[in-house]
Design a protein around this ligand. Structure first.
Ligand SMILES: [Zn+2]
Length: 160
């Protein structure tokens, strides 16, 4: 069958950045299974998979806007260490969950100077052009339960 909305698709993939470095790969794992048409993949990749079938191999270049978003300077903030009260051992690269008017946001600690901590709310891959090598290993119809949860169950998906 061909990939369409509500397909459960299994892929092996390798993701590289602008510089050709491998950012992530499923090569040493089981394939990634995702529910197609529900925004579970970056939009630029999901669109290219539409209509493809098992055995197809694709090379897909994804712009930041269709990947993890443009890098937004206003998502970078300097705050005092005191406002992170309750979080011990603040260190570089640490990811924190903060409350904003738009809901919970994951931020990364990118700089620490004395009492000031810089946090960055951009996705770690924001602003990066991405390059995916993808091989489709399975396509099936989603179950009712998977559709109601919005994600895949079983191999390569959620186990709960
Ligand atoms: Zn579920």
């Amino acid at each position: 069958m061909n990939i369409a909305r509500d397909s459960v698709v299994s892929i092996h993939y390798t993701l590289k950045g602008d510089d050709g470095d491998v950012i992530d790969s499923s090569a040493s794992r089981e394939p990634l299974a995702y529910l197609h048409g529900h925004g579970n993949l970056v939009v630029g990749l999901e669109r290219e998979l539409e209509g493809k079938s098992v055995g197809d191999k694709l090379s897909v270049k994804v712009s930041p806007a269709e990947g993890y978003g443009e890098y937004e300077d206003q998502l970078v903030q300097k705050i005092s260490r005191r406002s992170l009260r309750g979080i011990s051992n603040i260190r570089l690269g640490m990811q924190l969950h903060t409350q904003t008017p738009q809901g919970t946001r994951v931020v990364t600690v990118t700089h620490i100077a004395g009492d000031m901590v810089t946090i960055d709310g951009n996705h770690p891959l924001a602003g990066k052009a991405l390059s995916f090598e993808v091989e489709i290993t399975d396509v099936r119809q989603a179950t009712e339960e998977e559709l109601s949860h919005g994600h895949v169950h079983g191999a390569g998906g959620h186990h709960h």
